[in-house]
Design a binder for this molecule. Structure first.
Ligand code: FES
Length: 107
């Protein structure tokens, strides 16, 4: 199973994905730069991603905590999610997303 991630330079990565892993962990563990400062605790929004429109409705609904944290993200868009709050499932095979500016490890 795979996810497709466009990094901050515009390069696309096809990453092997394991069910039960956070999407943020998949991105980080394959070495694509993502700040993810709080390590997945829904406290920082530096794992912010934009989900491809086709996938938006197919993902599990946001919890209030994720919505609140995204509300603090300066680059929030309608298709924003926190990748640490998305637990990869087989139905998400082929998921496409783009890293948001907050994920920049140098920022
Ligand atoms: S890693 Fe901090 S909110 Fe996702």
């Amino acid at each position: 199973m795979k996810i497709h991630v466009v990094d901050l330079t515009g390069k696309e990565h096809e990453l092997e994905a394991e069910p039960g892993w956070r999407v943020m962990e998949i991105i980080r563990d394959w070495g694509v730069p993502i700040k993810a400062e709080c390590g997945g605790a829904c406290q920082c929004a530096t794992c912010h991603v934009y989900v491809d429109e086709d996938w938006l409705e197919r993902l599990p609904a946001m919890r209030e905590e994720e919505r609140d944290r995204l509300g603090d993200a300066p680059s929030e868009e309608e298709n924003s999610r926190l990748s640490c709050q998305l637990i990869f499932q087989p139905e998400m095979d082929g998921l496409r997303l783009t890293l948001a500016p907050e994920t920049d490890p140098e920022a």
